[in-house]
Design a protein around this ligand. Structure first.
Ligand code: PAF
Length: 281
């Protein structure tokens, strides 16, 4: 596996690879777990060459969030990616990604969808995500890019950006990897202490219960989410949001809507956990 931090060197490899085949790209912020590896494995199946990036993006963290403490485990990550047959690891320093001060940096904003749910709780977060992903796409120039469905809203923001800006990249969403007790894998699970870790699977459990009710024809969206929020808070989580939305555009659904997604974010100790389940009925 080639490791590069320089854009010219990155492009010289990718340009050569794209002449004879296609290239898949998995952007990450490092601290890799089995969820990230499943993206690299899917990328391997879809393309001749696989590029992974590791960059902890300051632009997507708000004031008081965990940018400084975000776990950085570069050597371990590199070994894991090597084991997955990744061709190139791109890990640019912050001066390459953002040579100018934040106020002078050109930014990408995907309106509407970026302002709700996680975007409402974390103002500016999705501008940071869209900007860094746009820039990484321009640097790597992949044919395919893979993102985890755990970050459902992020995936929608990226799909919308790619469509609106006519970027020549196919975006693929990959199913969430879960621990045996159902907890969605996340770098932030490492913030949980032993007791919090036993509480955390409640998040997926309540989503599943809502999913079952929706499948059974229950359309009382407000009643379902209110009861589940109460259950989560009683379990010891502090619910940020728990909603049922139309899967297509995250708009509030009408009764009888067939493609739904149940999304939740909740605080537990130092961690902000997010999860979702899609429901097709
Ligand atoms: O999902 C993530 O890890 C990040 O938001 C991403 C897509 C790598 C952008 O920094």
């Amino acid at each position: 596996m080639i490791t590069v931090s320089d854009v010219r060197e990155l492009r010289s490899h990718v340009d050569a690879w794209r002449r004879g085949g296609n290239v898949a790209f998995v952007p990450t912020m490092g601290n890799l777990h089995a969820g990230h590896l499943s993206l690299a494995q899917a990328a391997r199946q879809m393309a001749d060459r696989v590029v992974v990036s590791i960059f902890v993006n300051p632009l997507q963290f708000g004031v008081g969030e965990d940018f400084d403490n975000y776990p950085r485990t570069f050597e371990h990550d590199r070994e894991m990616l090597q084991g997955e047959g990744v061709d190139l690891l791109f890990s640019p320093p912050v001066e390459i990604m953002y040579p100018k001060p934040k106020a002078e940096q050109t930014k990408v904003e995907v309106p509407g969808i970026s302002g709700v749910l996680c975007g409402a709780s974390r103002p500016g977060h999705f501008v940071g995500v869209a900007t860094v992903v746009c820039k990484l796409f321009n640097m790597v120039q992949p044919d395919i890019a893979l993102f985890g469905k755990k970050d459902f809203q992020q995936l929608m923001v990226i799909r919308r950006m790619v469509e609106d800006l006519a970027m020549p990249v196919q975006v693929r969403g990959i199913d969430t990897m879960r621990e045996p007790d159902g907890l969605a894998m996340s770098s932030r699970n490492g913030y949980l202490n032993e007791q919090e870790r036993t509480i955390a699977p409640a998040l997926y459990r309540v989503l599943q219960n809502i999913g079952d009710a929706l499948q059974g024809g229950n359309d009382d969206y407000a009643g379902l989410t209110m009861a589940a929020t109460k259950e989560l808070n009683q379990a010891g989580l502090q619910t940020d949001y728990l909603v049922i939305r139309r899967a297509e555009d995250l708009v509030e659904p009408a009764a009888g809507e067939s493609r739904l997604v149940v999304l939740a974010a909740a605080y537990l100790g130092r961690a902000r956990l997010i999860d979702n389940i899609e429901v097709q009925r």
